[in-house]
Design a protein around this ligand. Structure first.
Ligand code: 5RP
Length: 267
């Protein structure tokens, strides 16, 4: 690998081989979604515990202090919304020059395998990889499922992740599922786990993150299950313990509860 790509990946994936990305890009198609209405308020308290931020250029410029030195993965696909006909019909929204100007460490794009726009989204990924590699900028592919959350099974996710890797993604973000090891096995580049909509209990989040890590994920790109929680910092610290200290779900929950108590006392 060339020096630039290697160096940027080293900013994202820590020396233990693990990574905790904080995605706050949801507004690009969901608008001011719950607990991300004012991005700066969501982002600032969580920044110290993240290895990198996944964000659009608009939120980066408006809501992130440029003096921060956290690496940025710039979300560069979009052009659709929850109100529109098809979330899968995305294009590339931000040029590679802009990514360089914003000092991004990587760029991120969604692919929609099996959708009416499968081919377009895959060719967008391939084009972005060509452009990114020219300047030493790695691409993270996001295996998106649009509104069809039911598609999150191992067979489908293994297909999507493998295609993303074949087209040149350096990192793939996908959902956790049963038999997650088969997804990891078929994907020759590192995988980070996304969470999807908030699940019922904290323990359920810790369990799927832990299982995914045991089965070969290098980390997480976890959004709503962190910042939609009433105690997002406690949640972030607990997830960080699983990712970087191999904490078990029970240990993570214990940490969450003690941090929650500490925060409650402060308030
Ligand atoms: C949204 C994304 C998010 O970055 C990704 O889905 C992770 O966030 P969450 O854990 O909330 O699903 O790609 O477009």
């Amino acid at each position: 690998m060339e020096w630039g790509i290697t160096n940027r990946l080293a900013q994202l994936i820590q020396s233990d081989g693990r990574a905790l990305f904080l995605p706050v890009d949801h507004g690009y198609f969901q608008g001011p979604t719950r607990k991300l209405e004012e991005p700066r308020k969501t982002i600032e308290p969580l920044m110290p515990y993240a290895d990198a931020l996944f964000v659009t250029r608009g939120v980066l410029r408006s809501s992130v202090d440029p003096n921060h030195t956290k690496p940025v993965i710039l979300r560069v696909s979009g052009g659709t919304s929850m109100a529109g006909k098809d979330l899968a019909n995305e294009g590339i929204t931000t040029s590679i020059e802009e990514a360089i100007r914003l000092n991004a460490s990587a760029v991120g794009i969604s692919i929609f395998v099996g959708s009416d726009y499968e081919k377009e989204s895959l060719l967008n990924l391939a084009k972005l990889v060509d452009e990114g590699e020219r300047y030493g900028i790695p691409v993270m592919a996001v295996t998106a499922v649009g509104k069809e959350l039911g598609k999150r099974d191992a067979r489908y996710l293994a297909l999507s992740c493998r295609i993303a890797a074949e087209l040149g993604a350096r990192v793939v973000k996908t959902y956790w599922c049963e038999n997650f090891d088969s997804v990891v096995r078929g994907c020759p580049v590192p995988i980070v786990i996304a969470g999807g909509p908030q699940v019922d209990t904290e323990l359920a989040v810790f369990e799927f993150v832990y299982d995914g890590m045991q089965k070969g994920a290098i980390g997480v790109n976890l959004g709503r299950n962190i910042w939609q929680n009433d105690f997002p910092v406690a949640m972030m610290k607990a997830i960080r313990a699983i990712v970087h200290q191999n904490a078990t779900p029970i240990e993570a929950e214990k940490l969450f509860r003690s941090e929650k108590e500490r925060e409650s006392k402060k308030a």
